[in-house]
Design a binder for this molecule. Structure first.
Ligand code: 13P
Ligand code: ZN
Length: 324
């Protein structure tokens, strides 16, 4: 077991203070493979951007917290050995129970999310407060969520209809729970099921009005945008061309993410854009190399493709050259 400081990781406190003041967002990328983690590190090292590595309960099932923490340490070591100084946080994404959060902290996570968004308001506060109290003793940051994002969330939370975050309630939640950052529901959703185009073909805008109102009621408090993938059509076409079947969907346009960042968001979570790029490329390469016996035939090519996506996300969030 580790404390995150032994792994060279940092909590999100200073990252968010700088991001909120500088009006940019810290990119938070989910990873599920070594080449994906390497692609994230490639991008943040090139752009000199702070980064939050997102590990979900499903990644815990896949690899275990010990392996995840050691992978994050290896990422930090790459930065150090290159003579760079880039803050890296390891964050439990959508932790659903107190025990999951405590376990992640024990294995070296520097930040956790306790997702009580499916609970009634008072229960969400009570659960968050319990995690905050425990995290304080370890100097770990805590993200909470208020409001419900529609779409596919892990472990069952947030499935169903969107429930926008109520700004007055958000201010009360922040004050009473003691959380360090708050995930808000302002029109994004997880996975492939994102926004529906208007009848005239235009895409609906995120609720910047809610972001601004929350900002007014809790000035400078770090707000988090989940479900922020753009869902590039080129990857859906590739997946479908090589044996997959994904219906046309629309993600959140990157201009809208930049606008949300200007309205007070200081952490943006991206998972699905990485998944579909790697999957599309893997399907294509396997179809073109039917005799392949080694998965490196696609993993080697997925890394630069993923890097290209993360470089662009960093530009969208404005976090380049903010590492120092
Ligand atoms: P996407 O599914 O839009 O990538 O959202 C990721 C996320 O919010 C992870 O917590
Ligand atoms: Zn999320």
């Amino acid at each position: 077991m580790y404390h995150y400081s032994e792994l060279g990781l940092v909590n999100t406190k200073e990252m968010f203070e700088k991001a909120c003041k500088g009006r940019y967002a810290v990119p938070a990328f989910n990873f599920i493979s070594i080449e994906q983690l390497n692609a994230i590190m490639d991008a943040v090292m090139e752009k000199k951007s702070p980064v939050i590595l997102l590990a979900s309960p499903n990644l815990h099932k896949q690899l275990g917290f010990e392996m995840i923490a050691c992978m994050a340490k290896a990422g930090v070591d790459r930065i150090k050995n290159a003579g760079l100084r880039i803050p890296v946080a390891l964050h439990l994404d959508h932790g659903m129970t107190f025990e999951q959060c405590a376990d992640a902290m024990a294995w070296g996570f520097s930040s956790v999310m306790i997702d009580g968004s499916a609970l009634p308001f008072e229960e969400n506060i009570a659960l968050t407060e319990r995690v905050v109290r425990y995290a304080r003793e370890r100097n770990v940051s805590v993200e909470a969520e208020l409001g419900v994002l529609s779409g596919a969330e892990e472990e069952g939370a947030g499935k169903g209809k969107t429930l926008y975050t109520d700004p007055a309630r958000a201010a009360e939640f922040i004050r009473r729970s003691g959380c360090d950052s708050l995930a808000v529901s302002v029109g994004t959703s997880h996975g492939l099921v994102k926004i529906k185009a208007n009848p005239d073909g235009t895409l609906p805008e995120l609720r910047y009005d809610l972001l601004r109102e929350i900002e007014e009621k809790a000035p400078g408090f770090p707000l988090v945008l989940h479900g922020a993938s753009t869902i590039e059509e080129r990857f859906l076409c590739m997946i479908n061309a090589y044996g997959g079947h994904i219906e046309a969907v629309a993600g959140i346009p990157e201009e809208q993410i930049s606008k949300a960042v200007r309205a007070g968001v200081c952490k943006v979570n991206i998972a699905t854009d990485g998944w579909i790029a790697a999957l599309a490329n893997t399907r294509k390469i396997l179809a073109e190399n039917p005799g392949a016996v080694d998965s490196r035939v696609f993993t080697l090519k997925n890394r630069p493709l993923l890097k290209e996506i993360y470089l662009r996300k960093i530009d969208v969030m404005g976090s380049g050259n903010k590492a120092e």
